[in-house]
Write a protein that binds this ligand. Structure first.
Ligand code: ADP
Length: 333
């Protein structure tokens, strides 16, 4: 039997190159040999959204990116979290076996509480429990994510382990699957590339927008003048050449170290590399965008398939937790 893979991401609209390098490229690769389920986690998004006006738009834009990147509804189940309501029931049940202390010490909870002190909502604390419910509802064994998600996944394993020890083996303990770029830094080189830090390049940006954004990127801070030798090993722009200009990495490193090229030249090369690598992605995206009902149809079909699996797991969980009478005593509809 094929190994089950699950991953979810919040509907942040158009995806950036951090999402692609850290997660989406693995989503696509795993489809060939695994049984994959990928979910747009709209309920999770509600923990941080000030307004939900753009939610449907962002779901649509994100799916266009996923499809253009190579996610194939013939190979993977693609759906929206809230369309399979069983996850909310499982979330409630798992919350009964999750000690509050485990949740309060999660680093992302502390960071979000700092970033939105006016809105430290209950959902924010329960975020990793809902994430666990997402994964174990499908009994997934492998979870492709970026490095920032590792603490959440560790917690998911602990919750699954605790449930199994209390009620008998039910859930495999999910393992993270990282790419070769598990943490892509943003253009400012300070934090991870992310929508909340406004330091990202969207996959679907135009070549002109891409060049403009790359030109703002922070490079080697020790290199003040064009004639100074550079240090590619500490430069965020250089790191990205590994993916977008793989054949020229050694040459670019040597030219940087000898001050043969300056940071502006190096950034122009990176923008060219990004634009040529993403040219076919951008064409595919435009063709999916031209079919207005396609995304809706894919998501409806995905929700239908996911619900079938979800109902089965939820019935098993309820039975193990003593919430259903033995089969022999149940009233058949
Ligand atoms: P989520 O809230 O689900 O993490 P994000 O849009 O932040 O939503 O991330 C979606 C996926 O992309 C996650 O697996 C995350 O780890 C990965 N990811 C996001 N930003 C980066 C980054 N800068 N570098 C590597 N992976 C990233």
């Amino acid at each position: 039997m094929k190994q089950r893979v699950f991953s979810g991401a919040r509907p942040t609209g158009r995806q950036h190159i951090g999402n692609y390098l850290g997660a989406i490229q693995n989503y696509v690769a795993l489809q060939e040999e695994h049984d994959c389920i990928y979910c747009i986690v709209d309920i999770h998004a509600l923990t941080t959204l000030e307004s939900t006006d753009r939610l449907q738009h962002d779901i649509h834009e994100m799916m266009l990116d996923w499809l253009a990147a190579g996610l194939d509804p013939e190979k993977s189940i693609l759906f929206v979290q809230s369309h399979v309501s069983e996850v909310m029931e499982l979330h409630t049940l798992l919350s009964m076996v999750t000690p509050l202390g485990w949740l309060l010490r999660v680093p992302t909870f502390k960071e979000k509480a700092r970033m939105q002190p006016h809105n430290v909502n209950y959902g924010l604390v329960g975020y990793p429990v809902l994430m666990t419910a997402d994964i174990v509802l499908y009994k997934a064994e492998l979870v492709p994510v970026g490095e920032d998600q590792l603490p959440h996944l560790e917690l998911a394993r602990e919750i699954a382990r605790r449930f199994n020890s209390l009620f008998g083996f039910t859930f495999p303990e999910p393992q993270a699957k990282l790419t070769c770029f598990p943490l892509v830094l943003g253009l400012n080189g300070a934090q991870k590339m992310g929508k909340s830090y406004n330091n990202y390049i969207e996959l679907a940006a135009t070549p002109e927008e891409t060049l403009k954004l790359v030109m703002t990127a922070v490079t080697d801070p020790a290199r003040k003048y064009r004639s100074d030798p550079g240090h590619p090993e500490i430069c965020n722009v250089f790191r990205l050449h590994h993916f977008f200009n793989p054949a020229r990495v050694d040459e670019i490193a040597a030219e940087c170290r000898s001050a043969g090229i300056g940071c502006v030249d190096c950034k122009k090369l990176l923008a060219e590399g990004i634009n040529s690598t993403l040219a076919s992605f951008r064409e595919r995206r435009a063709s999916f965008a031209a079919k207005p009902r396609y995304v809706t149809e894919v998501l409806a079909d995905g929700a239908h398939k996911a619900t079938t699996i979800a109902k089965k797991t939820l019935a098993e969980v309820k039975e193990k937790m003593g919430l259903l009478p033995p089969v022999s005593c149940r009233i058949q509809p």
